[in-house]
Design a protein around this ligand. Structure first.
Ligand code: SDX
Length: 393
């Protein structure tokens, strides 16, 4: 087109693609994975059943589940060379920097023999990614705190295995608490996929060139790290800790309303949900269950979060802009109750979202019509002109 456009930000953020994996109705606050409401999956399924559903389109039968769980379990170890790879990082590096690097490094181990046009190779890559992310996330944590890596065990469930790799050490074994393990499993289900969010679009765009899937997932992890996206759970908890008490909420809300302050209510607002994010409700319930189990039902931060939510949802600034709690508002509080340090929250998000990223990547790669992505632009720069001699510039 040769006509002048007025720049429309929304135009640049919509990259259309066909997908049958996840459906969101932002106005109704509805989220479906392969047609099943997230509220039912979070209560009736575990994370690996949800992984199977996202990858294959149907919930597994008992026999299919047993085979899938067995295959994932067999792939939880990483190549022993990865231990040396970690040694290159500073101990105090942000775990998301370490995870981005270590997942990208997996492409060095799984590349030469990988043919992504072969569905069997794609399935194995998916299994490897789902199986190894918890091991790498736990290794990033252990490296950060200077403790030895803990190897996965085949007799534990997916989430119990992860909690043990995070918290066991040579001096004391990790005692599996099934309530906490179930809570983590639910957190993973709630974060598993979310249609074409920024990090999923990153994985799709990287994958559209035929790049190694492990490298594409590393690109997704890099994108998720941002505070406007997956980094919001870490930022939301830091925000709650900085508010400190219920009495300080009005002052904080005043800062948020002051455009010059740059202060946002982290864990609130969403590009798609203009109603309550269904995951936020489930996360709040999970938070309550975990705190109750741990005898922390009077947790001051949880009370502060609930009061902040109540005040915000009665305040026209938020109501008029359709700003509601999103998945990140409560997830930090429940992860903190599970003993997961703030710096690891986004790594947990990445561990959960890996199945969504790989399912969306697979859907794209297996489409025979698929072409390399090539977003266009609205050019708003200079008209064509001649180069002046340097003394004429
Ligand atoms: C995730 O896409 C996905 O699906 C993402 C995700 C997933 O599962 O993959 O759901 C995960 O990323 C959840 C979002 C986590 N991020 C945060 O919680 C960070 C805080 N939220 C904001 O940064 C913001 O709400 C966004 C980025 C999430 C969404 O921004 P929008 O929809 O583009 O809204 P906007 O920036 O156009 O804001 C509209 C108005 C603006 O005010 P006005 O200019 O109209 O006066 O609302 C204001 C904004 O300033 N606003 C906020 C706010 N979010 C928007 N004001 C205060 N606090 C906020 N959190």
């Amino acid at each position: 087109a040769t006509g002048k456009f007025t720049y429309d930000p929304g135009f640049m953020s919509t990259a259309a693609c066909n997908s049958s994996i996840t459906y969101i109705d932002g106005d109704k606050g509805e989220l479906l994975y392969r047609g099943y409401p997230i509220e039912q999956l979070a209560v009736n399924c575990d994370f690996l059943e949800t992984c199977y559903l996202l990858l294959h389109g149907e919930l597994p039968t008992a026999a299919q589940k047993e085979e899938f769980v067995g295959t994932v379990t067999q792939h939880t170890m990483v190549h022993e060379q990865m231990n040396f790879f970690f040694r290159g990082f500073r101990r105090d590096a942000h775990p998301m920097a370490v995870l981005t690097g270590s997942v990208g490094a997996l492409s060095a181990f799984y590349h030469d023999s990988l043919d992504i046009s072969n569905p069997v190779h794609r399935d194995v890559s998916a299994i490897r990614m789902i199986a190894k992310l918890p091991t790498l996330v736990a290794m990033a944590y252990k490296y950060n705190i200077g403790q030895p890596f803990v190897y996965p065990r085949n007799d534990l469930s997916y989430s119990a295995n992860f909690m043990r790799m995070m918290f066991a050490n040579p001096c004391e074994e990790y005692k599996v608490n099934e309530v906490l393990v179930r809570a983590l499993d639910r957190i993973l289900i709630l974060h598993a996929d979310h249609e074409q969010n920024a990090s999923t679009s990153t994985v799709r765009l990287a994958g559209s060139s035929g790049a190694n899937p492990f490298a594409c997932i590393a690109a997704g992890i890099a994108c998720l790290w941002g505070p406007a996206h997956g980094g919001a759970n870490e930022a939301a908890l830091t925000m709650l800790e900085s508010i400190g008490s219920v009495e300080k909420i009005p002052e904080f809300i005043k800062q948020v309303k002051d455009k010059n302050s740059g202060v946002k209510l982290m864990g609130f607002g969403h590009r798609v949900y203009k109603n309550y994010d269904p995951r936020a409700k489930l996360m709040r319930e999970t938070c309550y269950e975990v705190l109750n189990e741990l005898g922390l039902h009077d947790d001051p931060l949880f009370k502060l979060a609930m009061e902040l939510e109540k005040i915000a949802l009665e305040d026209d600034y938020f109501v008029s802009r359709k700003l509601y709690p999103n998945v990140d508002f409560y997830s930090g509080i429940v992860q903190r109750a599970l003993g997961i340090p703030t710096s690891m929250f986004t790594c947990i998000f990445a561990m959960a979202r890996t199945v969504g990223w790989i399912a969306q990547w697979n859907e794209m790669i297996s489409d025979p019509e698929q072409k390399i992505g090539r977003p266009r632009q609205l050019f708003v720069g200079s008209e064509k002109r001649d180069v002046p001699a340097i003394d004429k510039r």
